[in-house]
Design a protein around this ligand. Structure first.
Ligand code: CO8
Length: 377
């Protein structure tokens, strides 16, 4: 059995930013437009008017201040309210593969590795541009990696589940090094016309290079001490779109459930204790005391959720250094969130530092990865 390390991470950040002010202005213009169009039905009590959104609520309820997206023009146009992306020909690199390649190059460079060192690619994300051929195989070809590749989806926990899958393969010897990418174009399956959730998501892509700890030479390499994944069925976060859509009556209708839907408050209440318990039991089983942790890189969905989970695990409120948040800038980027935090806030820690990467989301699904910084210099 080999020991496994994360030896490099990469981050692709889209160039377009939507502030809360821009988002609220666009949504409110849309809501006013809809209310004017439905004036008679609203007056007759047959329809409810769409309520207005506001910036103060968004920051207070979530901690989110802005988000990056692949296209802001379509999202902010009250007549469109979704990103508008050019359709690519079958011979062009797909958009998910393109952003994956950008993030992957940074991860490889940081790890001091090239395509020849890598034996597999995993594309782990909460939605995929197409069913086949796999995005990961496209990335594999674009980077010139031999071996094999596959796509997987565990919603917001795709990255931590991907880390466990890759770590297990490296541990057993079926691959020397594995590149995992998390292209999250959440703007494509988000519902920008729903006041209750229109502020939640943003686009990004992260990449993680995993290899044998024995071969890791990067100055910011972290040994994976243990991984733990958990799932428990819940309908509270759901998207009913899928390949059987065209088999159903009225499949072309603009149905709300074809985009992201959630019972946000229930998710909050149920997921906080579940994830805190998962982290606590994982740490206890591995003989790691919470006070020994130097950092926790949590899923980035909601600041209060993270504060609560961190407080339960540590038994006190974690400082910003101990538990860095990136959601104020990136919003919820699904599976990429904890990896963005790790990418931005891990290289300052000294050798032997201990940390946990933890994700949680639809499914429900949650993943916990205990890591220790290697002394590679
Ligand atoms: N502006 C003003 N008021 C608002 C707004 C708004 N934008 N939205 C809601 N309100 C109002 C509500 O109507 C309600 O009013 P009232 O009290 O009069 O009924 C009041 O504000 C409070 O509303 P909520 O109860 O909904 O507000 P919360 O305090 O619960 O906050 C949150 C809402 C922020 C959504 C919170 O519940 C939350 O963060 N929950 C957890 C969400 C979460 O973590 N979800 C995980 C989803 S991510 C995932 O799993 C990945 C899925 C795959 C990716 C999908 C990509 C698209």
């Amino acid at each position: 059995m080999y020991r496994v390390a994360i030896s490099g991470t990469g981050l692709f950040t889209p160039s377009e930013v939507i502030t809360n002010a821009e988002l609220v202005a666009a949504y409110n213009a849309y809501a006013e437009q809809q209310n004017a169009a439905n004036f008679a039905a609203i007056e007759a009590g047959e329809k409810q008017p769409l309520p207005m959104s506001n910036e103060e609520f968004i920051v207070k309820a979530s901690g989110i201040e802005r988000r990056y997206v692949m296209d802001k023009t379509g999202v902010l146009d009250p007549n469109i309210m979704r990103p508008v992306l050019r359709e690519r020909s079958d011979d062009e690199l797909s958009i998910m593969a393109e952003i994956s390649v950008a993030a992957a190059k940074e991860a490889l460079e940081k790890a001091g590795r090239t395509a020849e060192d890598v034996d597999a690619v995993i594309c782990a994300a909460s939605n995929h541009e197409r069913a086949y051929p796999a995005i990961s195989i496209e990335v594999q070809q674009a980077l010139g990696i031999k071996g094999f590749a596959f796509d997987m989806n565990v919603a917001c926990s795709s990255a931590t589940f991907g880390i466990q899958a890759a770590a297990d393969m490296i541990r057993s010897g079926s691959a020397r090094a594995i590149l995992m990418v998390n292209p999250e174009i959440t703007s494509g399956h988000h519902e920008w016309r729903d006041r209750d959730c229109h502020f939640i998501f943003g686009d990004v892509c992260t990449a993680v290079l995993l290899e044998r700890a024995e071969t890791a030479t990067s100055s910011n390499a972290w040994e994976i001490l243990s991984t733990r994944c958990a799932t428990e069925f819940s309908n509270n976060i759901r998207n009913n779109n899928g390949f059987l859509r065209r088999t159903r009556e009225g499949h072309m209708q603009d149905r709300r459930d074809m985009q992201f839907m959630q019972e946000g408050r229930r998710v909050f209440k149920q997921v906080v204790p579940w994830v805190a318990e998962l982290m606590q039991s994982h740490l206890a089983d591995e003989g790691v005391k919470p006070e020994e942790l130097d950092r926790m890189w949590l899923h980035q969905a909601n600041k209060s959720m993270n504060d609560l989970i961190g407080s339960r695990v540590l038994g006190r409120e974690p400082s910003r250094e101990e538990q860095p948040n990136v959601l104020q800038e990136y919003a919820n980027t699904s599976s990429a969130g904890s990896i963005i935090a790790f990418n931005k806030f891990s290289d300052d820690l000294p050798a032997d530092s201990l940390g946990v990467i933890c994700s949680f989301g639809a499914g429900y699904s949650a993943g916990s990865v205990i890591v220790k910084k290697l002394a590679t210099a």
